[in-house]
Design a protein around this ligand. Structure first.
Ligand code: FMN
Length: 255
């Protein structure tokens, strides 16, 4: 991670920002987030990047939450089932944004949602949601209890998507997506831009340390309207993403 920080110095200079020191003990406020979910009795709480302890799942269940754990393979599903979640989310490699994988060093995101869904359904009778690619009717008929979509909402009126990402998505300039650890240290699917090209090969595993390390660069790039160093999270289906209200987009996805 220290070598990666050194490699990013030219980017810091380019955008006129300081790289923060590496925060290697940061757990992203895990316990505080769980406490908050319990206090507010959130009806549905999903986990990603790992399997929470059985005690955390039990505490959420006692507060009235249905707990879901996101997995990317049958083997990860078996690990997640040991803490007795209400259900699982089977995330395919086509999904936009971060991958839930427990193997961030080896994950390539090459398996589609139908394949991962079938593998997860084979190891549990609990409800399984599918994520990745946004083929709602197809994944529902393949046994998914529901389908989680992200990319399809990136241009929604209500979405918090930055103006520079909206413009990048509509420009047609970025055609390919790629799974990269360059921005956050956890594999994530993003539009292939200059930053992805330059740093994916040397980016270490290390969420959230790498997320915090690159945050000032990404913030400055966004301020400057420069999409070349932004984490343009998007799934393989990004070219079909349309603007509109969330309600209209949900209707279209179900058709
Ligand atoms: C911009 C963006 C942000 C996301 N943030 C999260 C998140 O915070 N937590 C999470 O579990 N999944 C997150 N995801 C992943 C989605 O939950 C889902 O797995 C994925 O979007 C489904 O594939 P699709 O993008 O092809 O629809 C995000 C996806 C995108 C595109």
């Amino acid at each position: 991670m220290a070598r990666y920080r050194d490699a990013l110095r030219p980017e810091a200079e380019r955008y006129g920002v300081e790289l923060p020191p590496l925060g290697l003990t940061d757990d992203d406020h895990f316990a505080a987030k769980v406490e908050l979910a319990i206090a507010y009795r959130i009806p549905l709480v999903s986990f990603t990047f790992g399997v929470p302890s059985a005690a955390v799942v039990r505490a959420l269940r006692d507060a009235g939450s249905a707990v879901l754990i996101t997995v990317t393979s049958g083997a990860e599903a078996r690990r997640a089932l040991t803490v007795e979640p209400a259900g699982l989310i089977a995330q395919g490699g086509s999904a936009g944004g971060h991958a839930a994988t427990l193997d961030p060093a080896g994950y390539r995101g090459e398996r589609g949602a139908p394949e991962v869904l079938a593998e997860v359904l084979a190891v549990t009778d609990r409800p399984v949601l599918a994520a990745g690619g946004g083929d709602v009717p197809g994944l529902r008929s393949a046994g998914a209890a529901a389908v989680q979509c992200g990319t399809a909402f990136l241009l929604a009126e209500e979405a918090g998507t930055r103006a520079v990402q909206r413009a990048a998505m509509r420009s047609g300039e970025f055609r390919e997506t790629v799974v990269t650890r360059a921005f956050t240290g956890q594999p994530a699917r993003a539009l292939r831009n200059r930053f992805v090209e330059a740093y994916s090969a040397i980016a270490p595993v290390g969420y959230p340390a790498i997320h915090h390390l690159t945050a000032p660069i990404r913030a400055a790039a966004a301020r400057q309207g420069d999409a070349s160093a932004l984490n343009l999270w998007a799934g393989v289906g990004h070219a079909t993403t349309r603007p509109g209200s969330t309600a209209a987009l949900v209707d279209e996805l179900q058709a």
